[in-house]
Every structure is written in C-alpha cells, then in structure tokens.
Design a protein around this ligand. Structure first.
Ligand code: FAD
Ligand code: NAD
Length: 476
C-alpha cells in the first residue's frame, strides 16, 4: 500500500514550503516534494525565490549598491577611499552563503513542524496519487497519496526561439546571477523587473548595459510619474534603455555577440559580450500532470484555478507562479497559507487587489492598488497628492533625496485606492500604505497619523496631506 498523508505539496518554493508548514501547524500530516538540487549536489528547498530569485538577486543588489556608493557618493560625506575594487568571487561567495543559510533553514523549519521532505519530481496521477520520480534518471521511486494535494511548482524563464540559451554567453536570470567577472558590455533583452534589477547590479560594477525592450512604453504597469522618474534616474546611472526594440537574433562575432533588433521596422544592432534574456517567466508544469489526473491548464500553461485556488479536481489545489496572478513570492506564500487554512476547514483569504509590487533598483519602486490611469479607464473619480523626497530632511541627510510618494484616493469617500512610490527604502514604506488600504483607510487617516521626524515615512504623511492640498513642506 502506498504511504498516505493528509496533504502532499508538490514544490518547495515560497508557495509550497509555506503551505506545508501551515498545514503541519494545523495538525495535518504533510509531505513536501521538491526536485531542486543545490550547487553542492544536495536537495535545496526554497524554490526559485531562495535559490535563484529574490534572495540572491537582493544580495547582489546590496553588494553592488555598497560599491556604487563607495565610488560615487562617499565623497559628499567627506569620505575618501583610494582605488576601490570589487572582488566578484567574494561577492558571489557572500551571496551563496546567504542562499545556503536560508535554504538550509527551510529544512530545519520542516523538521520542527514535522513536515516530511521528499526529494524528487512529483507527478500528479488519478485519484490523488502522486508518483515520485528520480530527479536524474526519471525512474519511478515510489507512489504516495493524500486527501489533499497542493500544486506549487512555480515558474521557469521564457526562452526566445531566436536567441537560445547557451549557459555561458546567452543566459537567463540564473546565469546573470552567477557571472564570475563583470562583463564589459552586457546586453539585456527585456526591460522588466529582472532586466532592471540585474542590469543595475552589473552596471554599478562597471558594465556598459544596454536593455532592449519590445514595448514602446517604459514600465507600463507602474504609475506614469513613477515610470517617468525611473527612466530619468536609470538614464543618469548609464542604463541604456532602448524602447520599441524587437530582437531578431544574436550573432557571434570575433569581438563578442551582435544583438540584431528592429525599431519601427528599421534594423539596428549593438555589440555586447554577454546577453541576458529576461522576457518573462512561464508556469513550470512539465511532467506534472498525468492525462487522467483531472487538472487542466489554460492556453498559456497556467494551472486553472478559481479564486480560492481550487483546480477542477476536488481536493487538488494550485498556488503561486504556476497559477494566474502576479509572479511574486509573497503572493505565492499568502495563497499557500489560505489553501492550508481552507483544507483545515478555516476561512482562508488573500486580497488580490492589495498585493504590493516592489522593484529593488536604486531608487526603489513600490506600489499597491490602482494607478490613476486604471481608475480613469474604470471611470472612477479620484483625487491625488504627491510629495517629493527632496523635501524631507531624512532623505537629504542620507544623501538620497530622489523620487516621490503619490497617494490616490476616491474623490468622494477619500478611501485610499492606490499608493505609488519611487525613492529610498520605499520597499519598506509601502507596507504602511497596504495596512491603511487593507483597513479601508482614507487619505485623511494617513494625514492624521503621527509620523516620526525625521523619517522617510514623512513623505507618506505629506503626500496624504497633499491629497487635500495641505502639505506643509511643499509649495502649491
Ligand atoms: P518557485 O519558487 O518557482 O518554487 C517551485 C519549486 O518547485 C521549485 O523548487 C521547482 O524546482 C519545484 N518543482 C517544479 N516542478 C516540480 C515537480 N513536478 N516536482 C517537484 N518539484 C517541482 N518575487 C518577489 O516577490 N520579490 C522579489 O524580489 C523577486 N525577485 C526575483 C528575482 C529573480 C531573478 C527571479 C527569477 C524571480 C524573482 N521573484 C521575486 C519571483 C519569485 O521568485 C517567484 O514569484 C516565487 O519564487 C514563486 O514561488 P512558487 O512557490 O510559486 O514557485
Ligand atoms: P517582466 O514581465 O517583468 O518583463 C519582461 C519584459 O520583457 C517586458 O517588459 C516585455 O515587454 C519584454 N519583452 C518580452 N518579449 C520581448 C522581446 N522579444 N524582446 C524585447 N523585450 C521583450 O518579466 P521578467 O523581468 O522576466 O520577470 C519575470 C517575473 O519575475 C516578473 O513578472 C515578476 O513577477 C518576477 N520578479 C519579481 C521581482 C520583484 O518582485 N522585485 C524581481 C524579479 C522578478
């Protein structure tokens, strides 16, 4: 007889591992199957996020930001250093140390919560049986079953047929996190989140970075003022972002790689040493679903679910990057918790309208809720107020007075409908606004709350005051 659990989770990323821990906390016998192997050849929990996504990218962003400040901003503080140098091997070792400690930490959490980890490739069969295949040979090792199954297999990078990955010169985001030296000229296809974050890393370390973006508009999902300010700041930093650029092919030349692209039908080209393809990610469902398992995927390969993460098969759920919605770690985790609670008979809930977005460039970009453009399209009357970091004492003292906060509120009820930020540490500032929005707060509420002085959060306070044109430290 096959081993039986209350819950089997397939995928050990921030969706799957969080769901498994919450299930176990709720008293359910839980197994979590993950197929990822770390650099040391051992199983490595934590999925894309901990191994090759959020965490290693933020480690490199931090290292490169320190280096950039040392080179370009310390002088303003009166600090001088002769011949600063970046030891890329040390930077990569630090990154790997952080990844190893966090991925190892998931194993410890599993042990503490009595989640059974299984290393292997899971395949959902009929009647909630799961076949576990060896990650290398693909051979069937065992079959287990459960009352409930949570599919949390995440996503993988999209490959352009005309620019296939070669693992060395033409790479995906994982390859771009692992360069062992600073490429002199780096070409990035796609000026989205990954292109901007990883482009920033290597630009700060000295690469000439060119980003080729197919769309005519830069960061179209962000607030228009935020994207405009971001484009201005990135240009100042030397990121060469070319819009409306459709990449046709990449040719090997004696001096490197020639990226051939068209802008408005006209062919152009640029020569680089390495190419990063960052044109989006797609759900990872290869080999996951047996024909008779009862779960279907949509045209783009996402596992079909309803608002409660239920698939078409009773007792089978799916969460995270493998299903509709933004591909964000915190969205995956919250879906995991909500599904675990529903399985345990509790009311699980995720407010999909309030998933914050953060881009960890410098300046950082963060937003939650609706943009002015979306509200206009929906015919919702709104008012807005904004406040620049240049007018806050703390940002000035930090030598980082760039960007602004904008608060958008309903014209009549004053309920906060969206908050849009670009500037220092806005990845942290957005949380206050998400809380206010979750509690259906108004701009008046934010305006009446005492914010400590001098802090960056005063920009949120003043933006809230600006909604009714009564910001104190701003003209007009
Ligand atoms: P994943 O993290 O992809 O985990 C799925 C796991 O399941 C993987 O380990 C996979 O190998 C395994 N698996 C797949 N199929 C099977 C199978 N059949 N059997 C067993 N195991 C299987 N998001 C943020 O919110 N903030 C960030 O700053 C951020 N930065 C990012 C930076 C980069 C470079 C990248 C690539 C992504 C980043 N993301 C970020 C996105 C984030 O990583 C994903 O949204 C998140 O990891 C999705 O979680 P998940 O659990 O759905 O899937
Ligand atoms: P993305 O969707 O953010 O950006 C891809 C960009 O590539 C888009 O602007 C698109 O127009 C462009 N593009 C597509 N095809 C192209 C082509 N042929 N030529 C030129 N440009 C092309 O995707 P991404 O940057 O690959 O990131 C994938 C996902 O990972 C993100 O959507 C996000 O959900 C997640 N992520 C999040 C964070 C974060 O939260 N800070 C960081 C990294 C990744």
């Amino acid at each position: 007889m096959s081993e039986h659990f209350d819950v089997i989770v397939i995928g050990g990323g921030p969706g799957g591992y969080v769901a498994a821990i919450r299930c176990a906390q709720l008293g359910l016998a839980t197994a979590c199957i993950d197929d990822r192997t770390g650099a040391d050849g051992k199983p490595s929990l934590g999925g894309t996020c901990l191994n090759v996504g959020c965490i290693p990218s933020k480690a490199l962003l931090d290292s490169s930001e320190q280096f950039h400040r040392l080179e370009h901003q310390f002088a303003a503080h009166g600090i001088s250093v002769e011949n600063p140098a970046m030891d890329v091997a040390q930077m990569q070792m630090r990154k790997q140390g952080i990844v190893d400690s966090l991925t190892g930490g998931i194993g410890t959490l599993f042990k503490a919560n009595k989640v059974t980890p299984i290393h292997g490739h899971g395949r959902l069969m009929a009647d909630k049986n799961v076949a576990i295949l060896d990650t290398e040979s693909g051979e069937l090792r065992q079959t287990i079953s459960a009352h409930n199954i949570i599919l949390a297999t995440g996503s993988i990078p999209v490959e352009l047929p005309s620019v296939p990955f070669d693992g060395q010169f033409i790479v995906d985001s994982t390859g771009a996190l692992e360069f062992d030296r600073v490429p002199q000229r780096l070409g990035i296809i796609g000026a989205g989140v990954i292109g901007l974050e990883l482009g920033s890393v290597w630009r700060r370390l000295g690469s000439e970075v060119v980003l080729l973006e197919a769309l005519d508009k830069f960061l179209p999902t962000a607030d228009a003022n935020v994207s405009r300010e971001a484009a201005r700041q990135f240009k100042k930093q030397g990121l060469d972002i070319r819009l409306g650029a459709m990449v046709e092919k990449v040719n090997a030349t004696p001096n490197g790689l020639q990226m051939v692209y068209t802008v408005g039908g006209e062919e152009q080209s640029v020569e680089v040493d390495r190419v990063v393809v960052a044109v989006g990610r797609k759900p990872a469902t290869q080999g996951l679903l047996a024909a008779d398992c009862g779960v279907s995927t949509d045209q783009r390969g996402f596992i079909e679910v309803d608002d409660h993460c239920r698939t078409g098969e009773s007792g089978v759920w799916a969460i995270g990057d493998a299903v509709r919605g933004p591909m964000l770690a915190h969205k995956a985790s919250e879906e995991g918790v909500a599904v675990a609670e529903r399985i345990a008979g509790k009311p699980g809930h995720v407010d999909f309208n309030l998933v914050p977005w953060v881009i960890y460039t410098d300046p950082e970009i963060a937003w939650a809720g609706r943009t002015e453009a979306q509200l206009k399209e929906d015919g919702v009357a709104f008012k807005s107020g904004s406040f620049p970091f240049a007018a806050t004492g703390r940002a000035k003292a930090m030598e980082n007075a760039v960007g602004m906060v904008k608060i958008v509120a309903h014209a009549e009820t004053d309920r906060v409908l969206g908050v849009h930020m670009i500037g220092p540490h806005v990845s942290e500032l957005i949380a206050e606004c998400v809380v206010a929005m979750a509690f259906h707060g108004s701009s008046e509420d934010l305006a009446r709350i005492v914010h400590a002085h001098p802090t960056l959060s005063e920009a949120v306070h003043e933006a809230a005051l600006a909604v009714e044109k009564r910001a104190i430290h701003k003209f007009g």
